[in-house]
Design a protein around this ligand. Sequence first.
Ligand code: PMP
Length: 386
Amino acid sequence: MKNRKLLMIPGPIEVDPSVLRAMGEVTTSHVAPNFIESFGNSIELMRKIWLAPNGQPFIVAGSGTLAMDMAVSNLLEPGDNALVISTGYFGERYKNILATYGANVTVLQAEIGEIVSLDKIEEELSSKNYKLVTITHVDTSTGVLTDPKSVADIAKKYNTLTVLDGVCATAGESTPQEAWGIDVVLTGSQKAIGVPPGLALLVVSEKAMTVWKNRKTPVQNYYGSFTNWLPIMEAYEERRPSYFGTPPVNLIRALEVSLNLINAEGIEHRVESHLIYAKAFRKAIQKIGLQLVPKREEIAANTMSAIFYPEGIDGNQFRKDISEYGVILAGGLHSEIKTQYFRVGHMGAINKSDIVATLSAIEFALAKQNYSFTLGESIGTFLENL
Ligand code: PMP
């Protein structure tokens, strides 16, 4: 019997075997020609996948939080106004990061399961001079999907930079960065990008790079400063050796393999598959009477789902039974509803069988607690809706 469990949490995710094999290759020097080629290639592939042909990619060792930190510490100066559009836990994190760098932070907080209305965003952006606005594309604590394009359209009117936290979205939700005019799209390697955790990934627009270059005060961040990393990105892209901090060579080889897979499939096709699977998964879950945290279908993420436990179900026991069945799901993260829901990741290199296995595990665990439903119904609904 296989004893490996299926990892269906909202990151880290199941990784394609070819990506894992790349992690196991012999570690080379960070200035070896084969590694320089992998790094340069990854930078070029990021521009394609982000749909930002003129953007500046950054690949830096660290988690998604470092990408969040780099984006705003390089663009903001102390005393600048920053607006956070929060749909959950990671909006709160952005507030804390911005405050660390001396920004005047205003938070527009959505109620749980909802988004902030565009009217409210416009009212706030027009009320004073905001340097930047942060948006969480998919908040992993609520499974709520925001529409970054509409926010970016408003921000452009007021000459405010847009920073998109795409950690739980990029390469799984549609984000044509340049067409939508988003200044920074950032993520971590362990989500829809399909690589183990450890890389902060950002693409920065030409406009935002100019704002950074024209700063009046130095960047209040040493490790994450573009001043240190831009020459490194430029060198690797020009296939020249360089050094600032030792890059995680095995992870970057794995990144190259995964970005090649996404690019070969085509980013539009990849995003469309996420949409098809997610829609069918939501129908399946709802068919057996479970409710999603996002209040409307249009604002439900396609990379993950946040789902309330039905009445009378013991959440800890439910997830334990699912784990014994062979699938790992995540518990709640949003402090106000933490014990009332669970989370399923359905992004990256997953296939239909992974989702069917997840639904069967959910049904198994519900049946064990005598929840009333027709066994097999969620799986049938998923297949009917593909
Ligand atoms: N933003 C979002 C939307 C996330 O889901 C996460 C991670 N769950 C982060 C930021 C932070 O990323 P990391 O844990 O890799 O630092």
